[in-house]
Write a protein that binds this ligand. Structure first.
Ligand code: FAD
Length: 305
């Protein structure tokens, strides 16, 4: 099995998601080469061939040109899988490549089991094994699904690449999302509300517990989508990434997109009526209880200390 890993470069920096691609290749035991439109000053730690195109010439985001650069490398390497991050860059480039080489395209891969990619379905409540019917395939990996066990190591063997392809779009620049609300990345204690809180009025019991512990409260995406909490409190792939000393997940099932934002917390407590909820896989302590009964009692006990 051979993979071609498509690394990403933004704002003059190599993105850390590059190492999730490396972790994926390691997990499936594949030989791998890497593709990067970047700069020699910021190369990944990687053992293998790195096809490097000059970012100053080709830009950080330039789909038609990057597509041609990548297709030239695919022709040289003949990989079984071309692997992207499930990011805006991957969403744009991966379908262009799969269409050009007539390869199966599997989006949002969260695991690789029995030789096939696994993707979430039904709002991540179920997992589906995807059988590939083409010799080559194009995958995008969900953020946080694959991680190296140690620090990245290695020195890539550089191969410079170039193309005469011309851009069909003009990249005008990045626009920072408006920042507001709470910065949860600095909180040492976070108590988070999931859909299990049931209704907007119950957010106050989560906020009370957070306050009694001297922390902040966060939320899962359904809670934010229901407008029970502000978006600045959302934790996960489309919210904030946090790593507090203590994370208390109340009524949160533990979908991969939520775990990606909090699994680096030092100590995780989950409060859930379902003893088999996936959050149990990362929790240090699993409290099997109805949060509406348990949380107010816990808050009162902490306040009484
Ligand atoms: C592209 C994409 C990006 C996403 N980004 C994010 C993101 O950034 N952050 C995020 O959180 N999600 C994100 N999601 C959604 C994610 O897939 C899950 O749907 C979501 O995390 C589930 O939220 P939840 O755990 O609160 O709800 P559910 O999965 O519905 O879980 C509710 C949990 O509450 C428990 N429960 C119910 N009642 C009680 C009670 N009374 N007491 C205790 N426990 C109870 C249940 O047993 C269940 O485990 C994203 C999805 C996609 C497709």
């Amino acid at each position: 099995m051979k993979t071609l890993l498509v690394a990403e470069y933004r704002h003059g920096k190599l993105l850390n998601s590059t190492y999730e691609l490396v972790a994926f290749a390691e997990q499936i035991g594949a030989e791998s080469a890497m593709f990067l439109v970047g700069d020699e000053g910021a190369l990944p730690a990687f053992n293998g061939t790195l096809y490097l195109a000059d970012v100053n010439k080709h830009g950080e985001f330039n789909p038609s040109v990057h597509k041609q650069l990548l297709l030239d490398v695919v022709a040289r390497e003949q990989p079984d899988m071309i692997v992207f991050s499930h990011s805006s860059y991957g969403w744009d480039l991966a379908p262009r490549i799969s269409l050009a080489i007539n390869a199966a395209h599997v989006s949002e891969v969260i695991d690789f089991s029995d030789g096939v990619p696994v993707v979430p379905v039904c709002n991540a409540k179920l997992r589906r094994d995807v059988k590939l019917k083409t010799g080559q395939s194009v995958l995008t990996l969900q953020s946080g699904a694959f991680a190296l066990t140690g620090e990245p190591v290695g020195n890539p063997e550089l191969v410079s690449i170039d193309t005469g392809a011309s851009a069909q779009i003009e990249f005008c620049g990045y626009e920072e999302a408006e920042k507001g609300g709470v910065d949860l990345s600095k909180a040492r204690i976070i108590v988070s509300a999931g859909r299990g809180v049931g209704k907007a009025e119950n957010i106050s019991m989560i906020a009370d517990l957070a306050e009694s512990l001297g922390g902040e409260y966060g939320a899962s995406r359904p809670v934010v989508d229901s407008e029970w909490a502000d978006h600045s409190r959302q934790i996960g792939t489309t919210g904030q990434t946090v790593s507090p000393k203590l994370y208390v997940a109340c009524g949160i099932s533990g979908a991969i997109q939520h775990l990606a934002g909090m699994k680096k917390s030092d100590f995780i407590v989950a409060i859930n009526t379902d003893k088999d909820a996936p959050i149990g896989e990362v929790a240090d302590v699993m409290v099997v209880a109805d949060l509406k009964q348990f949380v107010p009692v816990l808050t009162a006990k902490i306040r009484a200390l």
